[in-house]
Structure formats: C-alpha cells, structure tokens
Design a protein around this ligand. Structure first.
Ligand code: FAD
Length: 467
C-alpha cells in the first residue's frame, strides 16, 4: 500500500529533480515568498498550490509540464493573474507561472512586436507607444496580455482595429506533452484558429507576435459624468448618438460612485453617477466634432474627456480595480440597448450597495464585426454590447450581499442575453462555455482539444472538455 508519506516523499524527490535544472525559481509552502507568489488579482481567491514554478523561459515551461505529467498533479497556468474565477492558481497542484517572462521587442518598420507571456498591458503600451504604435487590448494596465489575448481581447481601440486576436500573427507554445510548437496561418493553422478565443485549452503560449497599428500618442479621451438618476435619459440619448459614430470612437458606459481621485472635485466623491467614457482613435479635431453632442447633452457634473496621452487614458480605470479587493462578475452580451434593457440597467444600478462597485457596458461593432464569425474561435462578433455586472468590496464584508445584487441584476437581463464573452465568465459550467462559442464552434473546439490535449491536461480554464 502506498502511504501518504511515501507519496509526499516521491513528490519531494521529483521537485528536487526539477530544481536541479530550472532557470527560474521554484516556490513551495514554507518559503518566504510563498504567500506572495500564490496571490492573484482577485482577493476572494485563496488557494494553496503544492509548487509554483516561476519560469524564466521556454525550457522551464517544458520542464514544468513534464514534471506535472510525471507526478500527475493538477496544473494551473498563470501569466497576469487576472482570471476572474482564479483559474491561475490551484490547491495542491502546480502553478506554471510565466509572470517573470517580460520580453518585448518592437519592430517599428515592420510594425510588429514579439511579446512574452508575462507582459502586462501597460508594459506593452509603453514600448509600442514609444513608436506611436499600439496593440488594441483591454482597459486596465495591470491585466496580463496572455490571458486577455487568448480569450479575444476587447478595449478602447477595438472598433477601429479589431480584437486583440485580430492583431495576432503567430504564437509559440508548449503543448500538453511538453513539446514546442509554433502556430500561425501557415504552421498548425487549426491550432492558430483555436488559440484565438479558446487559447488556454491547447497549450501554454510562451510568446505572441502582434501586428501594430498607428495611434496617437495624443488621443481625445476620458469620462463624462451625469448623476445616476439621469441614467434613463443619458442612455437613450447615447444609443442614438453612437448609431452614427465612426469606428474611431469607442465608448464604455459605467455606473458607479465617484472615486476619490486627485483630478476630481472633492464635492463629487461618493456621488452615484452614470459615466460615458470615450476614446477616439483618430485626429483630435475630428473627435471634438463627433463628441460635441454627447458632451452637450443634459447637465454633466464633470467632463474629463479631452486630449491626453493614450497611455494616461489607458490607466484611468487602474485605481478602481486594484489587486486584493474582492470581485465577482456576471456577464452577458446584448444585441441592443432597448428601452427594456435601459430600464433594467438604470433601476438596478441604483440598487448597488458597495461604494466600490463599478460595472461597465462595452460598445462593440466596427472592425470586430467585419471579421467573419468563423475566422477565429472567439464567439459573438455581431453582439452590440458586453455588460459585466461586477460586484466589488474591499474585503469579505458586504461581499455576499453585493454578489446577490449582481446575480439578480444579471437574471433580470436574461431575456436580452445573446451569448457571453469567455474572458468575463466565472466558474459557470460547460453550458456557459458552450454559449460563449456557440454550439457549432464548441463542437469544432472539442475536436481540436481531442487532437492537442486529449487527456484534458489543461483543464483549469474555461474548459473545452474533449470527451
Ligand atoms: C481588472 C481587470 C480588467 C480587465 N479588463 C479587460 C478588458 O478590458 N478587456 C478584456 O478583453 N478582458 C479584460 N479582463 C479580463 C481578462 O481578459 C481575463 O481575466 C484574462 O484571463 C486575464 O489574463 P491574465 O494573463 O492576466 O490572467 P491569468 O489569471 O494569468 O490567466 C487566466 C487564464 O488564461 C489562461 N492563460 C494565461 N496565460 C496563459 C498562457 N501563457 N498560455 C495559455 N493559457 C494561458 C489560463 O487558462 C489562465 O487560467 C479584465 C480582467 C481584470 C481582472
């Protein structure tokens, strides 16, 4: 009979063997930095892995995969650590942590960038904006480029340039067998299709190659705020205004209490508001004309939408989503902002109880919708909006109540749901993952999973079950 002690001893021997040829660092329970290394962005997740392999390069990733294969322990993959449900850390398993892999190399002539998996959005923007170039990505700078890209990638520049995956030229990966592969239009094209939307299921991406787009560095961007009680009128005006909007304009509607930030007058702190946050990926003079009707609508309490560095705009939401707070999400895609949707949104926004909750509605369309739905694994290119009902508290106090608010709000919108953006899912089961891709694509992804990961080695993710 194999005792628990014998199993632990065997695992220790395997860890020692891995340690002898590992370029990065291995962190185990009891190590001084263990508690820091196991933390991820969402403070409500508290898991204790058996080992955290902080990889320095591709060879470490291959060794870590082979180690997990041999010892049979579960594997979580971590890059930026921003998974909403915390899939990037696990209990009693191995975390393959790519956060030390920070290489970025921009080729300004070819307008391409090679980016390692541990890079965060702000780090990438800094390097690309030095050349007046950008990869369209998300709206918080400390998010990881890896997880964001592998699920699609929505943000300020998507209506002009497309999703983050629409800029992807090639990926370097380590497979479930621990082997290196490259996937792009010419090599392993089926894998390249799947990686663009269902990425974490097929292997570990160690490096991305992106196409870059010219941008700024000055853009017209920022939030315009009205009292939250004006939300029904503001949203009705907004939906008509954006019907004519050029692709250069991307907007995000946010309902929240005003945060205490230096650029905001103190008398507004804590006041509930509806915000139309804008970014115009084109000439500032043109932006002024396009934005004027919205800026002049009703009586805004504050208008911080003016010309600024794109990188400054990109970090606007950072203070609202810090590491360590408790977060819960319920998300859905919506076709339109009908009167029914607007009334549900306005009514439920007034019911949030945490002063830290801020929930976004992203405007889609433009370049995203011009790529054929079947070209990539990402599902829902024709959706009009993504709503993400985000419940936030600083600690456990009040969290359950705010989560219940989020669930009730999401449920009220159910008649209007179309599908869901996979990167905004919590741990919600197979049916919701199927909804994210649609039934036909989900079946195609299952077949791909059977080819590249038949044992479901990579299963701590929005899982495509091969069986
Ligand atoms: C504050 C915040 C803001 C956000 N804003 C946006 C936004 O504007 N737009 C948007 O599209 N999304 C946004 N997201 C969602 C985000 O895209 C996902 O949470 C994404 O998974 C984060 O990637 P990560 O590398 O930081 O996460 P991690 O937690 O490190 O990884 C998440 C999952 O991705 C997979 N994965 C990660 N790295 C790799 C890799 N190298 N190879 C294979 N699989 C991997 C794994 O399955 C892992 O469990 C936001 C999230 C947060 C927390």
């Amino acid at each position: 009979m194999i005792t628990k002690a014998a199993t632990a001893e065997a695992q220790n021997r395997e860890i020692q063997a891995l340690r002898s040829d590992f370029g990065g660092t291995l962190v185990v329970p009891g190590d001084e930095d263990y508690d820091i290394a196991r933390k991820i962005w969402n403070g409500s997740i508290d898991r204790h892995p058996a080992i955290i392999a902080r990889c320095a390069g591709v060879a470490d990733v291959m060794a870590a995969v082979k180690f997990a294969r041999q010892s049979g322990i579960p594997v979580a993959v971590r890059s930026g650590g921003h998974s909403f449900p915390g899939y990037s850390v696990c209990d009693d398993g191995l975390v393959i942590d790519l956060s030390l892999m920070k290489g970025i190399s921009v080729d300004p002539d070819a307008r391409t960038a090679r980016v390692q998996a541990g890079v965060l959005l702000g780090e990438l923007d800094r390097e690309t904006q030095a050349f007046g170039l950008a990869v369209p990505a998300g709206i918080v700078t400390h998010t990881g480029i890896a997880g964001l890209t592998l699920g699609g990638g929505i943000g300020w520049l998507m209506r002009k340039f497309g999703l983050t995956i629409d800029q992807l030229l090639s990926v370097d990966m380590v497979t479930a067998g621990g082997d290196f592969v490259r996937a792009n239009d010419r090599e392993n094209a089926d894998l390249f299709w799947g990686v663009r939307g269902a990425g974490g299921n097929f292997g570990i991406v160690t490096e991305f190659e992106f196409r870059l787009n010219p941008l700024g560095p000055i853009v017209m961007a920022g939030p315009i705020l009205w009292p939250m009680t004006d939300s029904p009128q503001v949203l009705r005006f907004y939906r008509e205004w954006i019907k004519e909007a050029p692709d250069e304009l991307s907007t995000i509607v946010v309902h929240r209490c005003v945060p205490p930030l230096p650029e905001i007058p103190q008398e507004l702190f804590g006041k509930p508001v509806v915000v139309i946050a804008c970014c115009y990926a084109g000439p500032v003079e043109e932006a002024e004309k396009v934005l004027r009707p919205m800026k002049e609508f009703g009586s805004p309490v504050l208008d911080l939408c003016f010309p600024k560095q794109f990188v400054a705009h990109q970090s606007m939401f950072d203070p609202s989503f810090p590491h360590g707070w408790w977060y819960y999400f319920r998300s859905a895609n919506l076709a339109e902002l009908t009167d029914g949707v607007i009334d549900i949104v306005a009514e439920n926004a007034l019911k949030m109880t945490s002063p830290l909750t801020a929930f976004p509605i992203f405007q889609l369309g433009g370049a995203i919708a011009r790529v054929d739905e079947d070209e990539t694994a990402f599902g829902g290119r024709s959706a009009g909006y993504v709503i993400n009902v985000n419940a936030t508290t600083a600690t456990a106090e009040g969290f359950d109540k705010e989560c219940e608010w989020s669930r009730n709000f999401w449920k009220a919108l159910e008649p209007y749901h179309t599908n869901v953006y996979v990167n905004f899912l919590m741990e919600e089961g197979e049916e919701r993952v199927r909804q994210a891709y649609g039934a036909a694509k989900y079946d195609r992804l299952k077949a791909l999973k059977r080819k590249y990961d038949p044992d479901n080695f990579f299963r701590l993710n929005q899982n495509i079950n091969p069986s």
